[in-house]
Design a binder for this molecule. Structure first.
Ligand code: CTP
Length: 395
């Protein structure tokens, strides 16, 4: 992102306020932003806000003489590495699909020869309307990258796909677009996800609340970034992300063997909530009550530490990322695990609430360089942010 120039076109929708945070993130990552604000966009954010955040003039009108003299509208897109439309409204995308050029934004979009990334946000029925579906298909066929919107409760109170993805996720899409879509092409990424089940007998097991969602989301984003992804999954009920090779396992020892079999890898992201202990002597038959009220003793033995083993292995991937599920002192514990396990980064997450099994996550990426704390985000956005940071290591 360092030194890259983004021409950001802000359409007219309530999600326009999120473009302010996007500008901040692009600049934090070393990019430069020039904003074009549509008439509709100006109903939601002001040129003053955008100018202050981007530290660049904001362009609003095609027939602004000062703008034309100082910076012709063709010149605006010529100076950009990437044109980002965020939020891309149904109306803006319809105009793009039809080649209508009736304001500065649409004229630029018709005139540009730079890659275009559109980040739609609209009401669910507008997104699902066949006119929008056809427009999106047309734009994609012409090479425009159209990011899929998030699903959730919308500003209008309805539920469904149409929400603007969180700015962190948009950043991931921008990085991918700048890197020609495939920043992890040619890299093998090994990911563990989900819980492990440790049998007590053929019908009972020890488990934990991990849903596998965070690891699966990372696998999906890494595959979209061009990596070849091996996802070693504990028992979870989630579909395999597109383009990902999945290996299903039950126990920690099976997971350890699958990790070893999947090597070599360039990157390992160990998200699985591996059971620390297993039952020493899992019964071959179901344990029965004997009627005396005696509780069967369960002797536990420690499972192999897959992450520590991988870090010490001669086949250690170049970048090893572990997770630390904690209920208190998240950063402190993550720092201790970083040293103890020999990982490059530990992603500490607070699992004291409903993170395990939930849809959102609040993480701190701890490394020798310090702590990079992300806001509370959907797990997909955490995945995008993490993969974006991983991709930066391999630029
Ligand atoms: N991990 C692993 N193998 C284990 C235990 C943990 O590979 N047997 C990995 C996890 O996938 C995660 C990291 O180690 O990336 C930290 O896991 P966590 O359960 O938070 O830590 P533990 O090492 O189990 O320590 P504790 O339970 O004391 O917090």
């Amino acid at each position: 992102m360092l030194g890259k120039r983004i021409l950001l076109i802000i359409g007219g929708g309530i999600a326009a306020y999120k473009s302010c945070e996007l500008i901040r993130l692009i600049r934090k990552a070393g990019g430069e932003v020039t904003c074009v604000l549509t008439k509709g966009g100006a109903q939601f954010v002001t040129p003053m806000t955008l100018a202050a955040l981007s530290e660049n003039p904001v362009h609003t009108s095609l027939f602004d003489l000062k703008n034309e003299v100082e910076m012709g509208h063709i010149q605006l897109s010529r100076q950009a590495d990437l044109v980002v439309v965020c939020p891309a409204t149904a109306d803006l995308m319809a105009k793009m699909a039809c080649g209508i050029a009736d304001d500065l934004a649409t004229t630029l979009l018709l005139a540009t020869d730079k890659p275009v990334l559109a980040v739609p946000a609209m009401n669910v029925r507008m997104w699902q309307h066949e006119a929008t579906v056809a427009n999106v298909a047309t734009l994609r066929a012409r090479g425009v990258t159209v990011v899929d919107p998030d699903e959730g409760v919308m500003a209008c109170g309805e539920y469904g796909p149409g929400r603007l993805p969180e700015p962190e996720a948009v950043m991931g899409a921008i990085s991918a677009a700048l890197a020609g879509e495939k920043p992890l092409a040619g890299r093998h990424v090994l990911i563990t996800a989900g819980p492990t089940h440790e049998p007590i007998d053929p019908v009972r097991y020890i488990a934990n609340r991990s849903s596998g969602r965070q690891g699966f989301a990372i696998a999906q984003v890494a595959a979209q970034a061009g990596a070849s992804v091996t996802l070693i999954a504990g028992p979870v009920d989630l579909p395999t992300p597109y383009g990902v090779a999945r290996v299903n396992v039950e126990t920690a020892r099976e997971m350890a063997a699958a990790v070893e079999a999947a090597l070599p890898a360039d990157i390992a992201v160990m998200v699985a909530a591996v059971a620390d202990w297993r039952v020493a002597d899992a019964g071959a038959q179901k344990i029965k009550k004997d009627g005396s009220g005696t509780v069967p003793p369960l002797a536990l033995v420690e499972n192999p530490d897959i992450l520590a083993g991988l870090c010490a292995s001669p086949c250690r991937p170049r970048l090893v990322v572990g997770f630390a599920a904690e209920t208190q002192d998240v950063i402190g514990h993550a720092q201790a695990k970083l040293a103890r396990k020999g990982a490059d980064w530990i992603v500490g997450n607070d699992v004291s609430g409903d993170v395990m099994g939930g849809l959102r996550n609040s993480v701190h990426i701890v490394s020798a360089d310090g702590v990079d704390s992300l806001p509370d985000l959907p797990k997909e956005a955490v995945a995008a942010a993490l993969v974006e940071r991983i991709a930066r290591v391999f630029v």
